[in-house]
Design a protein around this ligand. Structure first.
Ligand code: ZN
Length: 144
């Protein structure tokens, strides 16, 4: 038996998983095959192309922040004032795969897709939320 310290590299590993998904053809195939997303005028094929182009051409960094309020509910945020940063709440105790899905969600914001306010309800088919189950399926397929 080995006793190990939790997982100090959860964000590194999550970023690696998110990159593997966003580098995979399977992810963009799944986005292309998806029915029309809500809150966008783009077809799913155009969404796939936009995400793939953003991934290829943008230099985006995952950073963590520690909110003063320990009960802050947000897992992460994206702001247009720092458009190349995806900000993850380091107080949240989540798995690598959960964080990878959050990184991909925030990445779609960086690529220009939104879902209005921060409530999750009724937003399941917007691009940011709608790609999460697609990404999860790719994670399973690729064995990440
Ligand atoms: Zn969001």
């Amino acid at each position: 038996m080995t006793i190990r310290y939790g997982n100090p590299n959860v964000f590194d590993r999550a970023t690696e998983i998110a990159n593997a998904v966003l580098e995979s053809g399977e992810f963009y195939d799944a986005v292309r095959a998806h029915k029309q997303f809500d809150s966008t005028m783009m077809s799913s094929a155009e969404v796939a192309r936009t995400l793939s182009q953003a991934y290829k051409h943008r230099d985006i960094k995952v950073v963590t922040y520690r909110p003063r309020n320990p009960w802050s509910r947000a897992n992460a945020y994206f702001t247009d004032s720092r458009p190349n940063h995806l900000n993850l709440n380091s107080r949240k105790n989540r798995t690598e795969v959960q964080w990878a899905l959050t990184i991909i969600h925030e990445f779609t914001h960086a690529a220009g897709f939104g879902h209005g306010d921060n409530s999750r309800s009724g937003k399941g088919n917007t691009v940011p939320y709608g790609v999460e189950p697609l990404a999860l399926e790719v994670i399973r397929i690729l064995g990440l």
